[in-house]
Design a protein around this ligand. Structure first.
Ligand code: SF4
Length: 413
């Protein structure tokens, strides 16, 4: 740190402390949320250095297919373009055959993750959803999901990772059998967002205490877990910091949070929150850096590159070490207007920042290393087939290698 720069003593102390690997407190994080100018640059530098010390010069990503098992959902989040009511144009529940078709095409392209994203408990609200499930032979969406994940394990080389909304202990136990990891975005611990007109008005599954309960149960059950926050949906900075601290607390207790996603809200013309401004790049960078300092150097910190398409390499400077899942085959159904970058470009732009891109699986190497604890026997052969000695993907997908060589275009469709 240059002695020519005048820092508030407290800021300098916090950054030094973080640099030595100590995690920061709520008050300290809130102080960092306000820094400007040189202090802001130093905040980013401290976060990046911490990430470098633990993650080196590597930014990972997971080659995946995105499977929207059903887009029916009983919630009405103010920022969502994914959800549909029965009868809406595009409302759809995939059959097992349709899932397998996507999975098999993904496997041919070298994808390794089958990401299941779906609406939360549509059967609780819609008779049509109950009828559809009955036709498929199930009573609940989560029962159907577990059966389809098992099918993917049995019939393909892909590793399921599901994001199905709230899960109770019984569902977590069952899904753990057939998923190498599970996910639930915490999004925010702010109960204010459930008030009339808030982002989570009419979204009963977004009650923060219920989401924290799922995260905690997953910890008790040793499930490698993905969570994260969504920024710019009406939360205050204090609430943002409290959300990160809640994740850090759970991880300290159970050690199961394998990655934390920092996702930025994007306004879209069809959503109730269409007039809300997107978070600025500076706000996004500041959040990533504070998250890195709260969560520590060992946490895998992810930001999706397609949601800041022109400037995503800048996100490296704030301390991320993962780009998330990227698909050669399927679109980002949650943000359909935001295509994933071409892989060649992702590799080149990441290299331009001095970092190399590597493929990982839907379960991170540190959890594969403790597979007795984190992987059920049914999953281990599939994981072992795909991972190398160091826990990353053994063989890069053909479309990845082509991209690195500057060959076949890896444009997503
Ligand atoms: S964000 Fe998820 S829970 Fe909310 S409406 Fe969309 S699909 Fe449903």
């Amino acid at each position: 740190m240059s002695s020519a720069v005048k820092f508030k003593p407290a800021v300098e102390e916090i950054l030094c402390k973080a640099g030595e690997g100590e995690t920061i407190t709520r008050e300290e994080a809130l102080l960092l949320a306000d820094v400007e100018g040189e202090e802001f640059s130093s905040l980013l530098r401290a976060a990046r250095e911490l990430a470098d010390r633990h993650k080196g010069k590597t930014i990972t990503y997971s080659p995946k297919v995105f499977i929207p098992l059903t887009n029916l959902c009983r919630d009405y989040c103010g920022y969502c373009t994914f959800r549909k009511d029965p009868g809406d144009v595009g409302a759809k529940t995939l059959t097992p055959d349709e899932v397998l078709e996507v999975v098999n095409r993904g496997a041919e392209l070298g994808c390794k993750e089958a990401l299941f994203s779906l609406g939360d408990r549509p059967e609780a609200l819609f008779a049509e959803a109950r009828e559809e499930l009955r036709r498929l032979g199930f009573r609940r969406t989560l029962d159907y999901l577990a059966a389809v994940c098992r099918l993917v394990i049995e019939k393909s080389s892909l590793l399921p990772h599901s994001n199905p909304g709230l899960m109770g202990p019984r569902d977590l136990r069952r899904l753990r059998e057939v998923n190498v990891s599970l996910g639930l975005m915490l999004e925010s611990v702010s109960p204010r967002l459930l008030e009339t007109g808030g982002a989570h008005d009419r979204a009963p599954d977004k009650v923060p205490s219920r989401r924290l309960r799922t995260l905690e149960e997953a910890g008790r059950l040793n499930i490698p877990f993905t969570t994260g926050i969504l920024i710019g949906i009406g939360e205050t900075w204090t609430e943002r910091v409290d959300s990160l601290l809640a994740i850090a607390r759970l991880h300290r207790r159970y050690g199961h949070i394998q990655e934390v996603i920092i996702q930025n809200f994007r306004a879209k013309p069809t959503i109730p929150m269409r007039h809300r401004p997107d978070p600025t790049l500076e706000d996004f960078l500041r959040t990533i850096a504070v998250a890195r300092l709260i969560l520590g150097g060992e946490m895998n910190l992810q930001a999706p590159p397609n949601l800041t398409p022109d400037t995503y390499p800048t996100l490296i400077s704030a301390g991320i070490n993962d780009w998330g899942g990227i698909s050669p085959l399927t679109q980002d159904y949650i943000n359909p207007e935001a295509p994933w970058p071409h892989l060649r470009e992702l590799y080149e732009r990441t290299a331009g920042c001095g970092y190399q891109v590597r493929e990982r699986l839907a379960i991170y190497p540190e959890y594969i290393a403790r597979k007795q604890m984190y992987l059920t026997p049914v999953l281990r052969p599939n994981v072992e087939r795909l991972c190398g000695q160091d826990g990353y993907a053994k063989e890069e997908a053909a479309w990845t290698a082509d991209s690195q060589r500057g060959g076949r275009d890896a444009r997503v469709v």
